[in-house]
Every structure is written in C-alpha cells, then in structure tokens.
Write a protein that binds this ligand. Structure first.
Ligand SMILES: [Zn+2]
Length: 427
C-alpha cells in the first residue's frame, strides 16, 4: 500500500524545508522531493501547499490507565493525541498501580497496540510506588519498553536516592525526567505565591520550590553524567539555571508547556479551577523568560503535560480541585502563536514538537528521513477555529482555552503510514 502526499510545504526540521511530495510505502517514508516515481494505485492526498511535517512527539502525558479510566484511557488518550497531531506520546507512571514494574509497562503497551492509534511509550517510575524511597527495577523497566524514568508529580525528595537513580539510568542508558518541586516548600499551595495569591487569600507555591530542585538536579546530573530532562519548567530561575548548565556542557534538556508560555497567574483571579495546574501559572516576567528560553534554545522541547480530570473533580473549590489540564488538542495552535509573535521561526516551532523531543529521549521518531516510520501530519497553519472542549477526543474537557479563537489546524495524521485522524472541520 502506497500513499503520496502531493504538493505540500514539507518541513522536516534540519533536513528539508520546501515544496514537494512525500511518498509512503509499507508504513515507511520512501521518498521525498519533486516528481517522484509514484507506484500505480497509490492513494493520493493533495496537500495544496499546506504544511507536511513529522508527527509530533509529546514527552509528557497522563493517560490514567490503569486506575483512573473515568478520566482517560490509553485508547481515548491516543485518540486525543492524533487529533492534535501527536503520533508518539510518553505516558507518565502515576497510574494506579504505579508503572514501577514490567507487568504494568507491558499492560500499557498492550492497550496501546489494541488502540492502534498513536505510538504510546511508557515512562517508568524512579522509585517503587513513586514513594521516593526504594529504586524501582530500572533495568527491567527499560527492557519492558520504558523510554525514560520519572516520579512525575511525586518528585524524589531524597537527593541520595536521586543520585543512585541517575547512576542506574546512566548504566541503562535511559533519561531521568524530573518534575522539579520541593514538596516541603510547595506544601498546601494551589497557585503561584505572590501578590495575587495574597490578594485572593490562596496558599501559594513559591518559584523557589521549582528553582531549588532544578539546581539540585543539575548538580546531580553534573556529578553522575546522567541524562537529565526537566519537565515543564515554569520560572525565570529555572530557565537561567538550565542556560548556565548547558553552557557548561551538562547533559540536560528542558521542556515547557503551552499554558506556561500563554497564560499567567492573572487567570486565577476568577477562581477558575481550569487555571489550576502544577507547576502553577506564574508571573508575566516568568512567562517572558520561558519565551526567551524557547527562542534561544535553552528550552528544547514543547510538551503538553496532558492531565485529564473529570468535570466533577474540577468543579470543586480552588484549593480542593486537582491540578492539571488537558493539552493534546490545543498544543499546535498555541505553539504556532509563538511563530505569529516572532518568538520562534516555523521550523523551530515544529522542531520543538518533533525532532527535539525525539532526540531528548533518543527515539527514532520526529523525522521524515527516508526509511523512518511514516508518522506524518498535514497541517493548515492559517486555518482559524474555535476551541470547543465538547468536541475533544479526550474523555476529559478540563482546558482553560475553551472558546478561544486559534489558528493552526491538524488536517490529517498518519501513524506508520495509516491515516488515523482526519479533521472534521473543513479547512
Ligand atoms: Zn509534573
């Protein structure tokens, strides 16, 4: 079975940026260029100058299965992914039970195979039960198919445990992902600590709760030589420290989430729990620092931290409601807004969704190189649409972007050469 995507603006960051055709055969990229030799009977997609890019790679999603299937399953999460242009997603281990052993990893991979939508790659826990005490069997997790280790959401507080985790991770050649938060400094907080939290009378989470853990983790990465990936950095201090660490050659990469470069803590004024996430929305100065970090390459990756919750959970009071928002189906337009604003070139924006995340985790994804898996998106970067959470493929609708008029629409998503999503919205 052959597919040809004709007359697209093909953008494969660092490799190809121009008008051409893309030929897919047997699930792989077979050729890229002009006037290709197209086999008879090939199915044709007319791209008409629209963007043809590698499928996006999200290093940070929560698919809630096993344990919280009412929020999201691997099936519904994968459907949400491909609707947002993501063909590969990495699932955090804070399921129930926690993904701290081979059996859970294998279960997740089996569910992903059954869904047959996106490539779903589990991230294993650093410690058993993500309790921060005893290391999980990192070698077993790696062999079972985990692509990284993390105790996301319940970060390892004990620096000795983290050091040992990094030493094992180095030995098994797997990156360590950390949600940088000092749980003691952050305890009880539900928004950024500052003038607004004081005005609203809400307990705050200081920027320092993130900064001190970034500093610790960078030091431990320097000590051990392990590959460190910092999840969802949100503060000016984090950006500054990552920049400095990179300048000294420390093996660190960083990600930012669309909500942290789009919204500030001002949004919390309405006590809208859809503005409650962890790390919290920060100040305007932090947001500027995140944008500058994305612009100058300090922040390599854009990831969603897709965190589905049921409506009744988010309908509680601001202090009680759980942290997190869904993100897979809004990430593309929010990222393209940075291009519109002149912060990123189109190529750099696509890079942070494709090649850069693949590289951070050492995945053979995020590229249109001949021979690569044909994970491809066709995008209309100019198409305007209104975010309607009731239309999300995700089981959950907890987004602060409902009703936003945005630009940049995913038209078709291919995974392994199979079309797995077609936009119902005519572009
Ligand atoms: Zn996190």
């Amino acid at each position: 079975m052959a597919i040809v995507i004709q007359g697209g603006h093909i953008l494969d960051p660092g490799r190809f940026n121009g008008v051409g055709d893309l030929l897919i055969q047997n699930g792989k990229i077979a050729a890229i260029g002009r006037e290709l030799n197209v086999p008879a009977g090939a199915r044709t997609y007319a791209a008409n100058g629209r963007l043809v890019a590698p499928g996006f790679v999200d290093l940070h999603v929560h698919f809630r299965e096993p344990g919280f299937e009412y929020k999201e399953t691997i099936q519904s999460g994968a459907a949400s992914a491909v609707a947002g242009g993501f063909t590969t997603v990495c699932c955090m281990p804070n399921t129930n039970p926690v993904n701290d052993n081979q059996a859970i990893t294998e279960f997740m991979l089996e569910r992903a195979r059954a869904a047959a939508l996106a490539n779903v790659l589990p991230i294993g826990a650093i410690t058993k039960g993500s309790e921060g005490k005893e290391l999980a069997e990192i070698g077993d997790l790696r062999r079972a198919g985990c692509v990284a280790i993390s105790d996301d959401g319940r970060p390892v507080m004990n620096s000795l445990v983290m050091r040992r985790a990094m030493e094992y991770a180095l030995a098994f050649d797997i990156p360590v992902v950390d949600h940088c938060e000092d749980l003691h400094l952050a305890e009880g907080g539900c928004m950024n600590e500052g003038i607004i939290s004081t005005e609203l009378g809400l307990p705050g989470i200081p920027a320092a709760a993130e900064d001190v853990m970034v500093a610790r983790n960078v030091s431990l990465a320097e000590l051990t030589g392990a590959k460190l990936h910092l999840a969802h950095i949100s503060t000016a201090g984090s950006v500054r420290m990552v920049r400095e660490a990179k300048s000294r050659g420390i093996n660190v990469t960083a990600e930012a989430c669309p909500h942290h470069f789009t919204l500030t803590e001002e949004v919390v004024r309405g006590f809208n729990t859809l503005a409650k996430m962890n790390p919290p929305l920060r100040t305007w100065q932090d947001l500027q620092a995140i944008k500058e970090g994305l612009r100058d390459g300090t922040i390599d990756v854009i990831a969603t931290d897709h965190a589905p919750h049921a409506a009744q959970e988010k309908q509680q009071g601001f202090t009680e409601a759980p942290f997190g928002i869904v993100g897979l189906e809004t990430a593309l337009p929010l990222t393209l807004a940075l291009v519109e604003e002149g912060i990123l070139s189109l190529e750099s924006a696509i890079d942070k969704l494709t090649r850069a995340p693949a590289r951070a985790f050492g995945l053979a994804k995020g590229t249109l190189t001949v021979g690569a898996d044909a994970d491809v998106v066709i995008i209309d970067p100019q198409a305007q649409w209104e975010v309607d959470p009731t239309k999300f493929r995700s089981k959950s609708r907890n987004t602060p972007f409902g009703g936003w008029k945005v630009k940049g629409l995913v038209l078709t998503t291919f995974v392994g050469g199979r079309p797995v999503f077609e936009s119902p919205v005519p572009a």
